[in-house]
Design a protein around this ligand. Structure first.
Ligand SMILES: [Zn+2]
Ligand SMILES: [Zn+2]
Length: 1021
């Protein structure tokens, strides 16, 4: 007999199957065909957030890549024309610090000695390596992108777009050089901006010294102020001490002043309001070091002084703290900057010179003790910011940074954000909060491998911002011939003529914040204001030879901007989502995206962060081999995006097991269809089977249509978990209801059953193909092999068109299945095997299932099913705390007591009344004890009672079922085909079962049954 369907093994080898499909897709050009198919369709504009190109694919990027691919594939099934451009982020500290480590460099001086040109080339090589790896990994994951036509943010094209933006900011008066206190990484030697601090891992627990230091008052002999600090290195920069003017301060017997609120149990010899201390002069701890010697140290007022910790008097060092700096401005305090770019004390600080802030701490403690001004030295554990890139604890320095003012943009930014639909919603609120509270954008970094800020400041203070390469060439005085890329060091060798005074000016040495690189993407990759399409226009500068991406023209930008949808992790609210929004509002006055899907973090199975050093990191290659890409994707897709994901081999194993249900359903169809030479018809693909349908067939068709509708609603609301839930329950219905209830029909070659099952399976595959592109395509290809008209790949098959659903039928069967489920529970809690037939079942509270008594009887193997009241000897009702707690609040205890004491009334439909409250079925947990000899199970208002009494007839039938099971197990073990016939001999002692000879013969495909000897045996006939 010729096979119509290719055969399926007992279980899928995900890794092998997926690698094979990757080749098939490549060979057949499936992705290209899909794009051709959708060309001219409605547009769905997706813009990819660039991934930092400094690593190979890590498993935690799988979540984001899966979501992007899922929704792009869904939109493709719906016929949308789309953009599939992947992006790589190629500049900034991520890249630099990685290369520094590889080269063994550990300071800016060492980078400069190594040579900036060579350093830049090494950085570029790192990016190329990473881009290759990331591409390989993403393809293996099944992500369909226009690989090879990626955008690289280090291309000159991208850089010129940012230049243009900065020039516009300058023209509008938003760009300025700020003199301020900023978080600073002493290892990287650069300031860190506010939004960079919002990245994961920046705030870590850190133990610091906790010092209480006495500052003797100059004008009052024997009296002193007590201040508290956790950063001893800032004491040499002290210029003032702040008190809260309206708080009470007390003087101890020994002359020390502290806030009374901090020491409520102490006795004070004098009490005054803080305002009375203001203006007093004190002697600073390091007054004898040159920088502090000139300063008059005074007490100042500050409403923000905390009475929650410390002494209630705060030491103020405007050169080493942000709030201090602002306060210093207000009171016109001198600013002492104690440490240089690398966090080491300047020479002016005498014996401290050259020490780092941490090295200095110990020395300072010793010195204070020696001077007799150290009251108390302990340790203090707090959350402290660290460099997001190199993990060094940050310090505060006063520097000149280039800033973009947000004042005038804040409201337009808020307005633009209000037009964006955020999923989950709270992320939009977070963006809103951020926009309300953020400060000016610090765009300059004192580093090397980054966007060269095109700012030229001449000796007379004229600031020129260059907006393009053409402008640079026009003003350049020399150096153009060596300009390899718009990048340090080459760009620094191109001085210009100041257009205002003619002076020769060099570029400022700073590079740009990397978020400028990514934020410009909706303009630079879509061709905003580009007069014409430039073939391979993105392969410029460092990106030469790396991509085939064109620079489109402005008409294209008009078509594709703003993005319909973007998706990245929550952290990106203050990073990419923010920088895009900022640049877009500044350039064109509106948001660059309409909808956002954000997601939380991927953790390990136990819920811990994944870290290389903790040994809980999952290698992507390992995951592909052991789980398979489909299973990784399914794990990601089932995760609600508003919660952290616990990812691992455990959950993967569960998914693999569940997938076997789908696999076996398909295999069941294939095996039986081949046996019966049944062939699917192409017409069924579109309209579904018609003709002589049984109720169960009609139900599965409705169920299939319901799946399509449910999945569609979930996709449209960006909920992949909704699609997962719908499909998992669908597969359960197919396998554990339709197939189970129809086995006999397949056995008998019932054409309709084949058609219905086939239709359900292939439509289901189309629906979940975006989530699980490999397995679904494999099964599609197997199941549609005999159908010439079927698309060659599920991904080219489009979205199923289905009629409106008849929900009455679906509700009926859903209730029927609940009855069966409860019946099984009642059996298993009584310890009665399903193979043992029973006499009777009583069902209460399932009116929809009443027409299905026969099916219930068959499923639960009972002779008689009746609908009516269940008599139970005891009924116990408990509150469902999860639901009732929030609803009832304080009333809960009354209700609980009433239920406990049995003071409740049972209402129709599974509700109860207790203590004056009506409790719905889902608000209570009901336990029923059956009458003697009955087993009862109940849930949500539905109750079943199973008669456990056995008579001889029932017992004998139970033994027949056991026998049939044993024979069929032996058949399987002996390797018999489904259609092979046997001659069966049952043991002499079971001779009484011959009463059911026909039944036994039918179920075991026996041509004869006889009783002889002591053993069960058979021979093939
Ligand atoms: Zn750093
Ligand atoms: Zn000038």
């Amino acid at each position: 007999m010729a096979r119509i369907f290719p055969s399926l093994p007992d279980k899928p080898d995900h890794d092998a199957l997926e690698r094979e499909l990757l080749e098939v897709w490549e060979r057949e050009g499936t992705f290209e065909k899909l794009r051709t198919l959708n060309r001219g369709g409605p547009r769905f504009s997706f813009v990819d957030g660039p991934v930092t190109a400094n690593k190979a694919l890590a498993v935690h990027t799988a979540w984001g890549r899966t979501l992007k691919d899922v929704f792009q594939r869904y939109k493709a099934l719906r016929g949308f024309e789309q953009r599939y451009q992947n992006g790589f982020d190629c500049q900034g500290l991520w890249i630099e610090v990685g290369v520094e480590r590889e080269l063994g460099l550990n300071s800016k001086r060492e980078i400069e000695e190594y040579g900036l040109a060579e350093f830049a080339r090494r950085c570029r090589e790192k990016v190329i390596w990473s881009a290759t790896e990331l591409t390989k990994g993403s393809r293996r994951l099944g992500q369909w992108m226009d690989w090879g036509a990626d955008y690289f943010t280090f291309s000159d094209t991208n850089i010129e777009y940012i230049w243009r933006f900065l020039k516009l900011m300058h023209e509008r008066g938003f760009l300025y050089k700020g003199h301020r206190s900023t978080e600073w990484c002493p290892r990287c030697g650069t300031s860190i901006s506010q939004h960079e601090l919002s990245q994961a891992g920046v705030y870590q627990d850190k133990t610091d010294p906790s010092l209480f230091v006495r500052l003797p008052l100059e004008d009052r002999a024997g009296e002193s102020l007590v201040v508290w600090t956790t950063t001893p290195w800032t004491l040499p920069a002290n210029v003032a001490a702040a008190v809260r003017p309206d708080a009470e301060y007390g003087r101890r017997e020994n002359g020390e002043w502290v806030a009374v609120a901090r020491y409520p149990d102490e006795r004070f010899v004098q009490r005054v309001e803080g305002s009375e201390l203001v203006g007093l002069r004190y002697r600073a701890p390091f007054a004898d070091l040159a920088p502090a010697a000139e300063v008059e140290h005074r007490v100042i007022p500050w409403d923000e002084v905390s009475l929650e910790e410390g002494s209630g008097i705060v030491h103020i060092a405007p050169g080493a703290g942000q709030e201090d700096f602002e306060l210093g401005r207000l009171h016109d305090l001198p600013v002492l900057s104690p440490v240089d770019e690398s966090g080491r004390f300047y020479d002016a600080y005498g014996w401290l010179h050259g020490l780092s802030t941490t090295e200095a701490a110990d020395q300072i403690v010793g010195w204070l003790a020696e001077k007799g001004v150290l009251l108390e030295a302990g340790t203090y554990l707090h959350r402290y910011p660290h460099c997001w890139r190199c993990d060094t604890p940050l310090i505060w320095r006063v520097t000149d940074d280039w800033m973009i003012s947000v004042d005038e943009l804040r409201q337009p930014l808020l307005d633009a954000n209000a037009t964006v639909e955020w999923t989950p919603e709270y992320m939009g609120k977070r963006m809103d909060d951020w926009l309300r509270n953020m400060g000016d954008w610090n765009i300059s970094r004192r580093r090397y491998y980054g966007l060269p800020l095109p700012i030229y400041e001449c000796g007379s203070g004229h600031v020129t911002v260059i907006g393009s390469r053409a402008e640079l060439e026009e003003l350049a005085l020399s150096g153009l011939e060596q300009l390899e890329e718009l990048r340090r060091p080459w760009i620094d060798e191109v001085p210009i003529r100041c257009p205002a005074c003619g002076e020769t000016v060099r570029r400022i040495p700073e590079v740009g914040d990397v978020w400028l690189d990514a934020g410009i993407v909706p303009f630079s990759t879509l061709g905003w204001e580009s007069p014409e399409r430039v073939p391979q226009g993105y392969a410029t500068g460092a990106a030469r030879g790396l991509t085939t991406a064109d620079l489109p023209d402005h008409a294209y930008w008009e078509e594709w901007f703003p993005a319909d949808w973007v998706s990245e992790m929550r952290e990106q609210i203050r990073l990419w989502f923010y920088s895009q929004l900022f640049m877009s509002v500044a350039l064109v006055g509106r948001a660059p995206f309409r909808k956002v899907l954000g997601y939380e973090k991927m953790l390990d199975e136990q819920g811990r962060e994944m870290h290389g050093s903790w040994g809980n990191m999952i290698d992507a290659q390992d995951a592909f081999t052991r789980m398979g890409a489909d299973v990784i994707r399914w794990q990601c897709a089932s995760q609600p995006s508003d919660r952290n994901m616990k990812f691992g081999f455990g959950p993967a194993h569960e998914i693999q097991r569940w997938l076997l249900t789908l696999w076996h359903s398909a295999k069941f169809l294939v095996d039986y269809a081949s046996l019966e030479s049944w062939q699917p018809a192409s017409a069924d693909l579109a309209g579904g089977p018609d003709g002589d349908l049984q109720p169960l067939d009609r139900w599965l068709l409705e169920r299939t249509h319901g799946l399509v509708a449910e999945a569609e609603a979930s996709y449209e609301s960006w909920s992949s978990p909704g699609v997962v839930r719908a499909y998992e329950s669908f597969v359960d219905d197919v396998s554990n209801w339709y197939i189970r209830r129809s086995r006999r029909r397949f056995w008998d070659g019932d054409e309709t059953a084949f058609r219905v099952l086939w239709y359900a399976l292939v439509q289901g595959l189309r629906v979940v193909s975006p989530l699980m592109p490999f397995l679904t395509d494999h099964l599609w290809r197997v199941l549609t092999a005999p159908v010439d008209a079927a698309a060659e790949s599920v991904h080219l098959s489009g979205w199923p068109e289905v009629p409106a659903i008849d929900s009455a039928l679906l509700d009926e069967v859903a209730e029927l299945r609940r009855v069966v489920e409860l019946g099984r529970q009642a059996r298993s809690s009584a310890g009665v095997k399903l193979r043992q037939p029973l006499r009777a079942l009583v069902v209460a509270g399932a009116p929809l299932a009443e027409g299905h008594a026969g099916e219930i009887a068959e499923e639960l193997r009972v002779k008689d099913v009746t609908f009516g009241d269940v008599e139970a000897s005891e009924l116990r009702v408990k509150p469902n705390l999860r639901v009732l707690g929030p609803k009832l609040g304080a009333e809960l205890s009354k209700v609980r007591a009433a239920l406990e004491s049995g003071a409740f009334e049972e209402l129709a439909g599974g509700s109860f009344r207790a203590a004056g409250h009506e409790l719905r079925p889902d608000e209570v947990l009901v336990e029923r004890q059956g009458k003697e000899g009955w087993s009862v199970a109940a849930s949500d208002g539905l109750t079943v009672a199973l008669d456990l009494h056995l008579d001889d007839e029932l017992e004998r039938e139970g033994r027949v079922y056991e026998l049939v099971h044993a024979v069929n197990t032996m058949r399987k073990e002996a390797g018999l085909e489904l259609s092979d016939r046997i001659g069966l001999t049952i043991p002499e002692r079971d001779a009484d079962l011959l009463e059911h000879e026909e039944w036994i013969a039918r179920e075991t495909l026996a041509v004869s049954v006889e009783a002889a000897g002591a053993e069960l045996r058979f021979e093939q006939r």
